[in-house]
Design a binder for this molecule. Structure first.
Ligand code: IFM
Length: 768
């Protein structure tokens, strides 16, 4: 592998599906917006999209989805009267690359045109320093003299799944700055894109061509000479609180960038990226393929981390487009959040602030869903208000084209506990109660309140049960006592009690105000009792197996492949009312094993092994969330070959982009940040054996045989540590700026790590 810091190809994606997949692989983003990895001259048919984080719109009865902004990066050339584009004229050479170091996408394409070779090269980035800004350098050269016309500006002909979200676009030119602005359909808010360019050659004029607002530059290219220009575009919206209108803000941003110039903008961008990698890189020595895939996964998380102060979160398909309605699922708290918590907690806090911001939506859902509940029932698919974007008929049947009733929205109740657990983990591992005080405590108590209203007290057994739910395995709907769900509910009750205790002790005034605000005084003692009396399926005393839900073991045991061979259509959904998997033990994704991974401290290794061995052959891995859970648990009980296989499967998912793109009739062609987070977790928690708790960090390494070492940084309690694990030793170096000595337990040995000092633990000396 030549470069572990880039992704590149010299083959041009020529058909629609390859272009779609490449658009995901080569996407860039900066938390504010994502720009698919398409070429400068491409348009809506090639799925060009600049997807905005946290800005949603709805057209008619279609799904609400994030808004794509007009494309300020658009450029197309014509040579001697012939329009040039990678899909229109013969390409003699093409190369495109994405730098993982700084999220710069570049392409170089040579076109063969009636005996002439014309080459275009461009570089683009979405500034990590100024989130509204995109910057492009574009060069043209020809090996013969040629008449060249460049059209560059903003393309308002936008690709949407369920648009148009900006139905009427207004194209203007202010001085030398182009602007396209439009109002969203549902809320009538302005989205504006401004573009300005420095073009030191040719004659220019302005042209509006349909929805394209363009500058047209004509020049005679001399053979062998390179003509370079620089473009700056900015996206601003009226969804942001600012003194300026969206077009004014966008114009101001491009003017500032243009005055600074490409190199200064790039230097500021690079500085932010250098910091990101200094905090977040993981280095695997001895296995380049894995190193590359893992770094790409981390990169995917870094490009979509929310902008500080935005109180946004990360959608299940990141910013790669409008798939899955741009909605935030449990994927964020369970699969992405741990990465941020252990590397850059300020981003983890931002993800939690999103849940605090959307608490009212969760309250509305609790009140209106089913029989009506109390507290906070978080949206299964959450957008900007926290109201649920998930529909009751969320999947289409490819055979009949009918919509299928699914219960993801109303029965996947574990979502609230997933949020509460993340809130508490933040406090536990950072030692910082700011999130609890900013509203996190309220979230936790409201989630516990929801579960208390949902739980069923079975008198004859003197226990609470959680009935009629969907666990992570979405092929079995409306089941009773799903082990994962019940465990999450119990943890939520425990966390709620701990939260109340902590606040009462340390912030009595804030606690009193909160208890009054949500009138929860009477309920608090009930949560502790509910935690004690809640039934959670336990390992069977004879064989250690945990039943996924009541009656699961009575279902038909059919091999996964045999079941899949019975499908009439390749995209047929295996769950919902009549799905093939419903009467069988075939599960969609890790469920019991997900529980064993999430609550890894609570189960012995033997239980992990026996359940892994039972459930793995029954798992279709039909979700990108599945393989990493199996990988982590396999690492724990020592099946490192399996762990490695599933680790690579997860880490390479977005790099290879061979994922399925339809579930039922629903288009799913986007990237998978949950798998990206799962890859990081498998490296650090699985192979690194890291488990950070309230009092200490435990490290029980299980390095894969081909790895020489695993190195990463760990953020813990506001301090920072460099960890280096080899087969024989673990070194922990505390940053000099650390505030306190912290406790580590490595291979069973207790150690203290003093600020600025390094401890080295030799495996040979491990305590039995
Ligand atoms: O949240 C997941 C779910 O667990 C399985 N289906 C896809 C969702 C979004 O990634």
């Amino acid at each position: 592998m030549s470069d572990l810091w880039s992704v590149e190809t010299s083959s041009l994606a020529a058909d629609g599906e390859a272009i779609m997949r490449n658009g995901n692989i080569y996407q860039i983003a900066n938390g504010y917006m994502g720009y698919r990895g398409t070429l400068d001259e491409y348009g809506r048919s090639e799925l060009v999209a600049i997807t905005l984080a946290g800005v949603f719109d709805r057209v008619g009865e279609a799904w609400r989805e994030p808004v794509n902004a007009p494309n300020g990066g658009y450029t197309r050339i014509a040579v001697d009267g012939q329009t040039v584009g990678a899909l229109e004229v013969p390409v003699s050479a093409h190369h495109q690359a994405l730098s993982l170091r700084n999220a710069v996408f570049e392409r170089k394409t040579a076109f063969a045109l009636d005996g002439k070779t014309v080459t275009i090269a461009s570089q683009r980035f979405l500034s990590a320093a100024e989130p509204h800004l995109g910057v492009i350098r574009y060069s043209i050269s020809s090996d013969h003299d040629a008449d060249i016309v460049v059209e560059t500006g903003i393309d308002g002909d936008i690709w949407d799944l369920n648009g148009p979200h900006l139905p009427r676009l207004d194209a203007k030119m202010y001085g030398d700055t182009l602007v396209i602005a439009g109002m969203t359909n549902e809320l009538g808010k302005c989205v504006a894109v401004a573009e300005s360019a420095t073009i030191p050659f040719g004659q220019q004029h302005h042209k509006v061509d349909g929805n394209r607002n363009l500058r047209v530059v004509s020049f005679k290219a001399e053979a062998g000479k390179t003509y370079t220009f620089w473009k700056y575009f900015a996206v601003c919206t009226a969804f942001e609180e600012a003194g300026l209108t969206a077009p004014e803000a966008a114009i101001a941003a491009v003017h500032e960038a243009k005055a600074q110039g490409f190199d200064v903008c790039l230097a500021a961008h690079n500085a932010v990226w250098a910091d990101k990698w200094a905090q977040c890189d993981v280095i695997i020595e001895g296995d380049d393929e894995t190193q590359h895939a893992l770094r790409y996964s981390i990169f995917q998380l870094l490009i979509v981390a929310p902008v500080d102060g935005s109180r946004n979160s990360i959608p299940a398909r990141a910013l790669s487009g409008q798939v899955y309605k741009g909605a935030v699922f449990w994927d964020t708290e369970m699969f992405m959040f741990p990465f941020f918590l252990h590397t850059c907690p300020q981003k983890a806090a931002e993800l939690l602030r999103y849940r605090i911001r959307t608490l009212d939506g969760a309250r509305r859902k609790a009140l209106t869903e089913g029989a009506g509940y109390r507290g906070a029932f978080y949206a299964w698919e959450s957008q900007e208000t926290g109201d649920d974007a998930c529909t009751y008929f969320n999947i289409g049947d490819p055979l009949t084209k009918r919509e299928l009733r699914t219960h993801f929205r109303d029965k996947q109740v574990h979502i609230s506990g997933d949020v509460a657990i993340a809130m508490w983990e933040y406090f536990k591992l950072t030692g910082d109660d700011c999130i609890l005080l900013e509203g996190g405590a309220e979230v936790i108590l409201e989630c516990a309140r929801f579960y208390y209203s949902y739980a069923y007290f079975k008198k004859e057994k003197n226990r609470y049960e959680i009935l009629d739910v969907i666990g992570p395995d979405e092929y079995h709907e409306r089941v009773n006592n799903n082990a994962f769900t019940n465990m999450v509910v119990r943890a939520t009750f425990e966390i709620a009690s701990q939260t109340a205790f902590y606040l009462a002790e340390t912030h009595p005034e804030a606690f009193k105000a909160l208890v009054q605000k949500i009138a929860i005084a009477q309920e608090l003692p009930l949560f502790a009792e509910a935690a004690r009396l809640l039934y959670v399926p336990e390992p069977n005393p004879t064989d250690g197996l945990i039943e996924q839900f009541d009656g699961y073991f009575n279902l038909r045991n059919v091999p996964v492949e045999e079941l899949k061979s019975q499908r009439i259509h390749p995209d047929e959904y295996l769950g919902a009312g009549q799905g093939l998997a419903v009467p069988t033990q075939v599960i969609k994704q890790a469920d019991v094993v997900m529980m064993l991974s999430l609550f890894r401290e609570r189960y012995p290794t033997a239980v992990k092994r026996v359940n892994w061995e039972y459930y793995e052959p029954r798992t279709e891995h039909g979700s990108s969330l599945s393989a990493c859970a199996y990988a982590m648990v396999a690492a724990e009980f020592g099946n490192l070959d399996f762990a490695y296989k599933y680790f690579l499967k997860t880490a390479r998912l977005d790099l290879d982009a061979k994922y399925k793109i339809y579930v039922g009739t629903v288009f799913m062609g986007g990237s998978h940040p949950a798998a990206n987070g799962g890859a990081w977790m498998t490296a650090v928690f699985g192979f690194g054996g890291v488990s950070a708790g309230a009092d200490q960090v435990t490290i029980s390494p299980r390095l894969y045989k081909s790895w020489r070492s695993l190195k990463f940084k760990l953020a813990y309690k506001g301090d920072s540590f460099d960890i280096t694990i080899t087969h024989d030793s673990v070194a922990v170096t505390a940053a000099p700026s650390n505030r306190q000595t912290r406790r580590f337990c490595v291979w069973g040995r207790d150690e203290s790590c003093v600020p600025g000092k390094r401890i080295l633990i030799d495996r040979a000396e491990k305590v039995a």
